[in-house]
Design a protein around this ligand. Structure first.
Ligand code: FAD
Length: 448
């Protein structure tokens, strides 16, 4: 055990420090194993200890201590990120922020919260008050506001409201990692540089998120004979204003065959579309389903929304999780197809790789346009083969945000890396915060 841990105990009290090997190991890991490439690179990384500060003052005391002793710090929410973002590369202290979990104020059109609050708890509280969040990830029951802002991108609701960058974070309050940590609040465009930056430039301690009057969402799974039919239906529905949607997710067979809890409802060999739609638009939805020769295989009425089984448990990266449970060599990519030639792009990929690549789309709004984002499931063979698949996607005009690297910026998402690097120097002059995640120029060839 590192000698400084005893001193740290005097700073915030023993009950807020975790030193047990198994617990520290657990808190040093996220869902990085989704990527066999990251698994090999990160499996041995572990912090020296973890802390669970219960107040902002306690957090500040830990940060001050870490700066004084030059100890690396890794912020952490629920650890559900997929790129090893929350894994300490250089030991030190994991800052488990889940005890900073207060809803500070629900106001007209926005909610002010501490960053360790779980999104599921937030959405539940809001719905009781007749309101709801704009967007949240499919891991919302566990994942935190801070983790989503710093490590996520979009999810349920993104078909209507876009990603985190699209006005879905109104304010962030940040603590710096300096001898005397500063705390400041940012609004407007400045917020962007703290979104999806893996917490490399500051610890987000509070956020203000936009909210809406709640809608009564019903959930459905519609089956189609072919994936093309399912995509055509989804595409048209995604653009149809008569049906309000929170989720449109499409998986081709055999991905649904891995959804254990739904097995008895889903017909063999059919592709499925998973939906959250306004219950009041039920007639319009039925009309659409009939027009496209779909068959409703499973439904949950709005009265059971978020009570027990949820359709979203099989969407976004949950689809990959179910596939992985079926066979450990399953991984995934993050891709963006071109709407105007999506069928040609899919055909080229199928002709080349067969069912080694299995299609999965999530409809999201990008720059005001509803677009199929894709999380294709990949049967993993080797790193070389994975990069061959990525190159083929790109050569066919399919954009890739590579989820097989922990380097910030290489996963895509148009981060303003120059601004982030500048903020890093200002806010974390000793490079203690999530050290090693901002790539240096020489890393470029390693990840490409
Ligand atoms: P963590 O994994 O704990 O942290 C994420 C990153 O943020 C890390 O770099 C961490 O250091 C940093 N961080 C955490 N808290 C703070 C803070 N307060 N201040 C500064 N930095 C901080 N993502 C999506 O965007 N949409 C999805 O629909 C989605 N679905 C998923 C489904 C599955 C099954 C899995 C395993 C992952 C999925 N993800 C998805 C990824 C991930 O679950 C989400 O991004 C989630 O919101 C991360 O929250 P977390 O609390 O677990 O963050």
């Amino acid at each position: 055990m590192k000698v400084w841990i005893d001193q740290l105990k005097q700073v915030i009290g023993e009950e807020q420090i975790i030193v047990k090997e198994a617990a520290v190991e657990r808190l040093s890991k996220d869902f990085y194993w989704y990527s066999p490439v990251l698994y090999e690179e990160l499996k041995d990384k572990v912090a020296d200890c973890a802390v669970q500060p219960t107040t902002v003052d306690a957090l500040k005391a830990v940060v001050t201590f870490a700066v004084e002793h030059r100890i690396p710090l890794t912020p952490r929410g629920a650890g559900t990120g997929n790129y090893g973002q929350a894994i300490p590369l250089d030991g030190g202290i994991v800052l488990d922020l889940t005890k900073l979990d207060q809803i500070l104020q629900i106001r007209d059109g926005e909610v002010h919260v501490q960053s360790g609050l779980r999104l599921g708890m937030l959405e539940k509280t809001l719905r009781k008050e007749g309101k709801e969040l704009h967007i949240y990830p499919s891991t919302f029951m566990k994942s935190t506001v801070g983790g989503f802002l710093c490590g996520g991108s979009g999810g349920i609701g993104s078909i209507r409201w876009g990603n985190l960058w699209d006005g879905n974070v109104l304010e962030v309050t940040v603590m710096t990692v300096e001898k005397q940590p500063r705390i400041f609040t940012l609004k407007g465009d400045a917020v962007r540089d703290y979104i999806h930056n893996y917490g490399t430039t500051g610890i987000v301690i509070e956020a203000v998120l936009p909210i809406e009057p709640k809608t009564e969402w019903s959930q459905h799974i519609v089956s189609f004979d072919t994936f093309e039919q399912a995509v055509t239906f989804s595409d048209e529905l995604a653009h149809e204003e008569a049906v309000l949607k929170r989720l449109v997710s499409v998986c081709e067979w055999p991905i649904p065959s891995h959804f254990q809890q739904l097995k008895k409802f889903l017909p063999e060999n059919k592709s499925i579309v998973m939906l959250e739609t306004n219950e009041q638009n039920g007639d319009e939805l039925s009309h659409f389903i009939q027009k496209h020769k779909g068959e409703v295989s499973f439904s949950i009425p709005a009265s059971k929304y978020h009570k027990g089984l949820k359709v979203s448990d099989f969407t976004w990266n949950h689809a990959t999780l179910w596939a992985h449970k079926h066979g450990e060599n399953m991984t995934y990519l993050q891709a963006r197809f071109d709407t105007s030639k999506v069928f040609d792009q899919m055909k080229a990929i199928r002709d080349r790789f067969g069912y080694e690549v299995q299609f999965h789309f999530e409809y999201i709004k990008i720059n005001g346009k509803v677009t199929p984002a894709s999380l294709p499931v990949i049967i993993y063979q080797s790193k070389e083969r994975l990069y061959e698949i990525i190159a083929f996607f790109e050569a066919n005009g399919v954009m890739i945000n590579n989820p097989h690297t922990y380097y910030l910026g290489f996963g895509g998402y148009n981060l303003r890396m120059e601004e982030i690097t500048k903020l890093k120097q200002e806010n974390d002059p000793y490079d203690l915060l999530n050290r090693g995640k901002i790539p240096k120029p020489e890393h470029e060839e390693l990840v490409n």
